[in-house]
Design a protein around this ligand. Structure first.
Ligand SMILES: NC(=O)c1ccc[n+]([C@@H]2O[C@H](COP(=O)([O-])OP(=O)(O)OC[C@H]3O[C@@H](n4cnc5c(N)ncnc54)[C@H](O)[C@@H]3O)[C@@H](O)[C@H]2O)c1
Length: 261
């Protein structure tokens, strides 16, 4: 039997990049997946291909109401909720503190933290009762920027460090019924965007040669694809393999190990 057969999973940011890779793998492993994404139109074809195991809820992770609707939809359609994956995120394109004027800094902080931190908190709050009922778990997408500088600017790095705090505190608060863990992924090709203020919403990570950079600078020299990072999500979601694991963040980025010259 597949690792996640029959499980009901709610995933944010599943329309693109890493989220899309998690979605595909979880469906292959037998899960039923509800995706909350503001770019839900990107999943129209997939929704038809994977019906009835995939349902898409258009919405914004910054909205308490949209998170509640997504959880209620997962429970109504798939009979409960086993896993909540907070994954939708924004980047800051490595913009440094002194690159911002004060107003721009303030607006960019509000938007980026609202997605990367508040979005995870709102999703966790909305999902907790349904997860408690099944003895389920939460998984948050974190980053090499959860541990190290230079994976972004101060805003992104602070938001992903905050994600580690969320994992540890929620693992404590929601035990023993709900396990809470994180996966700290590294760079990969994707469509990661910035906050609208100041003018980063139209920039995309897709314009940056990430794979070439990673091959040249990370310890293993791998030309990473989003699919390379998905295994730990399957492990953490599966009750059999990870029932003793909570409050952990798996750093799968290999960024902390310098490349041999
Ligand atoms: N791409 C990288 O190099 C990289 C590196 C480390 C960590 N990460 C993390 O991986 C996660 C996914 O990044 P990605 O590269 O797949 O990005 P992506 O932009 O390709 O996908 C993110 C998805 O989230 C959705 N989204 C964004 N804001 C939203 C909102 N407010 N409400 C609802 N949906 C929203 C987007 O529509 C998109 O479908 C993020 O948490 C990011 O911080 C990415």
């Amino acid at each position: 039997m597949s690792a996640l057969q029959g499980m009901s999973v709610l995933l944010t940011g599943g329309a693109s990049g890493l989220g899309r890779a998690i979605l595909t793998r979880f469906l292959e492993e037998g899960a039923n997946v509800t995706v909350l994404d503001r770019a839900a139109d990107k999943l129209k074809e997939a929704e038809a291909d994977y019906a009835p195991a995939l349902q898409v809820v258009p919405g914004d992770v910054r909205s308490p109401a949209d998170n509640s609707v997504a959880v209620a939809s997962a429970v109504a359609t798939f009979g409960g909720l086993d896993v909540f994956i907070g994954n939708a995120g924004l980047w800051d394109f490595g913009k440094e503190l002194t690159d911002f004027d004060p107003d721009g800094l303030s607006r960019a902080f509000d938007e980026l933290f609202a997605v990367n931190v508040k979005g995870y908190l709102l999703g966790a709050r909305a999902a907790r009762c349904a997860l408690r009922a099944t003895g389920g778990c939460m998984i948050f997408t974190l980053s090499n920027a959860s541990f190290f500088p230079a994976g972004g600017g101060a805003l992104y790095t602070a938001s992903k460090h905050a994600g580690v705090g969320l994992v540890r505190q929620l693992a404590y608060e929601l035990a023993p019924k709900i396990r809470v863990n994180g996966v700290a992924v590294g760079g990969m090709p994707g469509d990661l965007r910035g906050p609208g203020a100041p003018e980063m919403a139209d920039r995309s990570l897709a314009d940056i040669p990430v794979q070439r950079y990673l091959q040249d600078h990370t310890a293993l020299g791998v030309a990473v694809e989003p699919e390379d990072y998905v295994g730990p999500y399957v492990f953490l979601a599966s009750r059999g393999d990870s029932r003793t694991v909570t409050g952990s963040v798996f750093d799968v980025s290999s960024v902390g190990i310098p490349q041999r010259s």
